[in-house]
Ligand binder design. Structure first.
Ligand code: ZN
Length: 534
């Protein structure tokens, strides 16, 4: 299989039919491809990023105007095919005597592993030994087709968690969050990919790449080893485009003695299944200030430490992270480069409204060190805020989010006080309380955001009606959820005195100006000042 020439990506066309396509076919105009289809959500994210990386490397626009031209009118399929062709020799998946896609250049030997170990959520050796493989069962994937192997390779290389001594993490660290720009669901796949491409003049070092460039595609040369005699790989050691093709793991798919059979991942019947791969440690060790354009990062305000990609977290992803994913929040979390590009140059640029409804698709694994706890994803709105007013807007939104964070803290601590005699000693995962709160307030939050957009520019103060509505939402939700978590049970078994004490304290801290957290007090103050003025 060749990742550029073969038809290997499952895709849905406008008329609803499903086909396997080669990358250049995303530019076909008749009955265009509108979406990719994958057997697993992480594979969908992987294949999107493969296509984005491919176009960014081979077919990137020189500047914003050219980007916009291709947004309005895609290249012909023939034009795209011709552009990709010279790179095809470097994208062979199975190539015993030469370079192979995302695989080590000259790995002669190495530990033989079953193909299932390429999957990030596959149980590791220790998990199996301890009989803890309830998430993904051992031996449920014993063979796969070449298309699934290519996607699994890409997904592992770009998300790689630490894998034991010398098995390096991905260029963005283990299990990074990815944020892609997403146009309307019905938009052609071309636009879904093109929206995530940076123009050359907005990204240093992204100029036109020669086919076979080893600084961009690391599998075309001997691996920069990171063992005792080796060294780390810093941004200055490679092209910045290597971010799209990071290869921390030394892997080579096993090609000997392959048998026909059914792929355990996508179900297709193939002549030669892939059942094993070989691997060795001390592959490329990415260090320093590498930044992947599709991931948000936490920046060091003093600029001393390298930026850290944001990760998935226990307790989920929600609007409380919105500012940091879309612009920047008070904790120095900053949007991905592609999101910033959109905010600064693309909003409402098109001749139609095709850029007005773009959302941010955030996804990744929630990793517990080497183990994937779960996959999470969210689609969040992007808003068109003029740069003159952005600072005010961010300030208002921070106020709303801070008040929500303080309210959830109060709720959690009073539920614990009701549940346990000694709440401080109580252990265990109570993140579901937080999750229920974030979910219950999400719709109101985004509604108020749209209210803020209408208001912004008219005054530098938080609108009274928004402060008031949000305060009511937070208080009501906290009360309702307290009752839900604490009082829904058999009344006889309940320590009612303790429960009512906790409830009284919750109410006091939500409503009494003297004991309210500062963030709530701020909103309360705005609300009252409005009432007095009226
Ligand atoms: Zn398959």
């Amino acid at each position: 299989m060749n990742s550029i020439e073969s038809q290997w990506l499952d895709a849905l066309r406008e008329d609803g039919s499903q086909h396997k396509i080669a990358p250049w076919q995303i530019a076909e105009q008749e009955n265009p491809v509108i979406e990719l289809v994958a057997s697993r959500p992480d594979f969908l994210g992987g294949n999107y990023q493969f296509l984005i990386g491919l176009l960014q490397t081979v077919f990137s626009p020189e500047d914003h105007d050219q980007w916009l031209e291709y947004w309005e009118t895609p290249p012909t399929a023939k034009e795209l095919k011709t552009a990709l062709q010279p790179f095809a020799p470097y994208f062979e998946l199975i190539n015993p005597d030469g370079p192979a896609f995302l695989q080590d250049f000259d790995l002669a030997e190495g530990e033989k592993k079953p193909i299932a170990a390429l999957l990030i959520d596959a149980p590791g050796g220790k998990t199996i030994k301890d009989n803890l493989d309830h998430f993904v069962k051992r031996d449920s994937v014993t063979g796969c087709c070449e298309a699934c192997a290519a996607t699994a390779l890409f997904t592992l290389q770009s998300n790689a968690p630490s894998g034991g001594v010398g098995h390096r993490v991905g260029l963005r660290g283990g299990g990074p969050m990815t944020t892609l720009l997403l146009p309307q669901t019905t938009a052609p796949l071309w636009r879904k990919i093109w929206l995530n491409i940076l123009p050359q003049d907005h990204a240093e070092g992204y100029e036109t790449v020669e086919p076979g460039c080893t600084s961009v595609l690391p599998w075309l040369a001997s691996t920069r080893l990171s063992d005792k005699k080796g060294r780390a790989t810093y941004p200055e050691d490679a092209s910045p485009l290597q971010a799209y093709w990071g290869m921390p793991r030394r892997i080579r798919l096993e090609v000997a003695n392959r048998q026909p059979g059914q792929c355990d991942l996508c179900g297709s019947q193939v002549d030669e299944l892939i059942t094993h791969y070989r691997t060795k440690n001390y592959g490329i060790n990415y260090e320093g200030a590498w930044v992947h354009p599709l991931s948000p990062y936490k920046r060091d305000p003093k600029n001393e430490k390298p930026p850290l990609s944001l990760k998935g977290r226990q307790g989920g992803l929600g609007y409380q992270h919105w500012l940091g994913l879309v612009w920047k929040d008070n904790d120095n979390n900053e949007a991905a480069q592609i999101t910033t590009e959109f905010n600064n140059s693309r909003v409402s640029e098109a001749s139609d409204d095709s850029l007005d409804t773009v959302r941010l698709w955030c996804f990744g694994y929630d990793m517990d060190n080497m183990k994937a706890r779960c996959w999470y994803e969210q689609r969040m709105p992007l808003l068109n805020i003029h740069s003159d007013y952005r600072e005010d807007f961010i300030h208002f939104v921070s106020q709303l989010i801070d008040a929500a964070k303080d309210t959830v803290k109060l709720l959690r601590s009073q539920v614990k006080s009701a549940w346990f005699e000694r709440p401080k000693d109580a252990s265990g995962d109570i993140s579901s309380i937080d999750q229920s709160f974030w979910q219950a307030t999400e719709t109101s939050f985004y509604e108020l955001l749209h209210g803020l957009v209408v208001h912004i520019g008219k005054s530098r103060l938080m609108p009274i009606s928004i402060a008031e509505k949000w305060l009511i939402t937070l208080r009501k939700t906290a009360e309702t959820l307290f009752d839900h978590w604490v009082l829904e049970g058999e009344a006889e078994d309940m320590p009612m005195k303790r429960i009512m004490g906790a409830r009284r304290l919750l109410i006091a801290r939500l409503y009494n100006a003297k004991s309210m957290p500062k963030s709530l007090k701020g909103l309360d103050h705005i609300t009252r000042s409005g009432k007095e003025a009226a």
